[in-house]
Design a protein around this ligand. Structure first.
Ligand code: SF4
Length: 97
């Protein structure tokens, strides 16, 4: 599993699926809808290894395009988490839990 951390989201990519993905739709979507931070690594899987951690944080737009593109034209390898600080405490309070 390849993990990319942006400012408020965490992108997990099951790169085992990327070997047999002909579209590489995530990389195209990143170029088209964001700043193109995803680039193919030596195996053809999406990567930000060409960027520093600081550059990834600065350039990442958190647009979610890679997940949508992978779900529709790739192999459903991308999962994005968007943790919201305090959400569980809020729900517990609101729902009386
Ligand atoms: S579209 Fe999905 S399966 Fe294809 S290379 Fe990108 S992350 Fe991997």
């Amino acid at each position: 599993m390849y993990i990319i951390k942006e400012k408020t989201i965490i992108i997990s990519i099951d790169t085992d699926k990327c070997d047999t993905c002909a579209s590489k739709a995530c990389i195209d979507a990143c170029r088209k809808y964001a700043r193109g931070i995803l680039a193919p690594d030596s195996q053809g899987a999406p990567s930000v290894a060409h960027l520093s951690e600081a550059e990834t944080l600065r350039l990442g737009t958190e647009c979610l395009a890679c997940e949508y593109a992978c779900n529709t034209r790739g192999r459903k390898a991308v999962t994005i988490e968007a943790p919201i600080e305090g959400l569980l405490a809020y729900l517990a309070k609101r729902l009386g839990g």
